[in-house]
Design a protein around this ligand. Structure first.
Ligand code: HSE
Length: 438
């Protein structure tokens, strides 16, 4: 018996939207034989109808009227790939209100307005699916929402930005400095001409907020995420990390703790910063522009998913998976799980308990080490190891001291830095980098 088609409205036909359209047009038979679903691309809303596109669409599909597509009675499911907050937010809300499931790849929107959209989907009793919003082609949202729904997830650590992972890989394996590695990332099309969103960690922070929503069911927005980028890292930090058995990675980390009774309620820590990862840790082996997400839970233990975190076809693969899910649910007159977010305390970075790497440039004369180590002691920061190198460029009058601490509170380490800055013998304080435990 011929089944009725699932009619798809698509917003945006760029990298991801175009790759999805191509899949729907080229792979229709394969998708149908595997899923029993026949998708029909009914309308594609774009900003300009005359722009050249990689995918050649059947005549009459293109329109510049996104609102007409989002609320059309001729559409069963809406797919949004335009990105940004508006008009994506209004178009998605209109579709949900009209009872249409929505699939989106839009991290910025979800990381800022997720709660509003999830509520709208729950009220309408339809799906809002967003697998492609974090780490592109890597399935991580559905595993966290469904497979690990009963798991007590403690921590999720992700390399969720391919551009920065590429730059750090070039710096550590190719010995390049930050600016040369960035230029190479730009020439390969990984980094934008203005690379701020990637290199300063904004892109990863949006993804961290979504991971916290899904892993813990708590309300976190992009602005709640503590963020540091990679632009201050030097070749000497990378070389030192290597010598000490670590690899430098930009990590998005979301962690939850149960609090300790009345004084400290349960809370979540959500942060993005460079971290020294032991070379033996699975995340250390994630190279070039690859992404990976590492999950730690009480029962499941540790698991990691690795793959392409960006690019048209990988991201479109995630969108198509969601589209198939939404279409099945539509057929069965059901909707998947909604995301219900509860309020939770967000731990300030000052509360973080971590080991730290710290590089100082100091005068090379008697008593300096004593003065410096005294500052650590006064702030309750215990030194695990220290290395000294004479800085020949400074005529042998200066030494580079590299400390690694035992786990300490961030607020104590910051107080220690503050006092170190007041010492005459300290010329420069270089990188302060958090160290991930084995
Ligand atoms: N610019 C991102 C990256 C992909 O480099 O991974 C989109 O989030």
């Amino acid at each position: 018996m011929e089944t009725a088609p699932v009619r798809v409205g698509l917003l945006g036909c760029g990298n991801v939207g175009g790759a999805l359209a191509q899949l729907l047009l080229d792979d229709a038979d394969r998708i149908r034989s595997r899923t029993g679903l026949r998708f029909e691309l009914r309308a594609v809303a774009v900003r300009s109808q005359t722009r050249e596109r990689r995918v050649s669409l059947p005549a009459g599909l293109l329109t510049t009227d996104g609102h007409a597509v989002a609320s059309s009675a001729d559409i069963d499911v809406l797919v949004e790939t335009i990105g940004g907050i508006e008009p994506a937010r209004s178009l998605i809300l209109a579709a949900l209100k009209a009872g249409k499931p929505v699939v989106t790849a839009n991290k910025e929107l979800l990381a800022n307005c997720g709660a509003e959209l999830f509520e709208a989907a729950a009220t309408a009793g339809v799906d809002l699916l967003f697998e492609a919003s974090v780490a592109g082609g890597i399935p991580i949202i559905r595993p966290l929402r469904e497979s690990l729904a009963g798991e007590h997830v403690r921590r999720v650590m992700g390399i969720v930005n391919g551009t920065t992972n590429f730059i750090l890989t070039r710096m550590s394996e190719g010995g390049e400095n930050y600016h040369d590695a960035l230029a190479e990332a730009q020439s390969l099309g990984y980094a934008e001409r203005d690379p701020t969103a990637d290199v300063e960690g904004f892109d990863a922070a949006a993804k961290a907020a979504i991971l916290a929503n899904v892993a813990f069911g708590v309300r976190v927005v992009a602005g709640d995420v503590y963020r540091e980028g990679i632009s201050e890292l030097t070749p000497s930090d990378i070389a030192m990390a290597d010598r000490m058995g670590y690899v430098l990675k930009l990590l998005a980390i979301v962690a939850q703790d149960d609090g300790d009774g009345d004084d400290t309620p349960p809370g979540v820590a959500v942060r993005v910063h460079p971290a020294m990862v032991p070379a033996t840790h699975p995340l250390a082996s994630v190279r070039d522009s690859y992404n990976a997400v590492f999950v730690e839970g009480d029962s499941v233990g540790q698991l990691m998913l690795l793959g392409r975190g960006a690019g048209g076809p990988p991201t479109a693969s995630a969108v198509l998976g969601d589209l198939i899910d939404a279409a099945h649910n539509l057929r069965n007159r059901s909707a998947g799980r909604t995301v219900a977010l509860r309020e939770s305390a967000i731990r300030p970075i000052d509360d973080l308990l971590s080991a730290y790497y710290l590089r100082l440039l100091v005068a090379d004369r008697p008593g300096v080490l004593h003065a410096v180590s005294g500052v650590f002691g006064r702030h309750d920061v215990s030194i695990r190891s220290m290395e000294q190198e004479t800085d020949e460029e400074a005529g042998g009058d200066e030494a580079r001291l590299v400390f690694v601490t035992h786990p300490a509170r961030e607020r104590n380490v910051q107080a220690c830095l503050h006092e170190l800055r007041t010492l005459d013998v300290v010329d420069r304080i270089g990188g302060l980098i958090r160290v991930i435990g084995p």
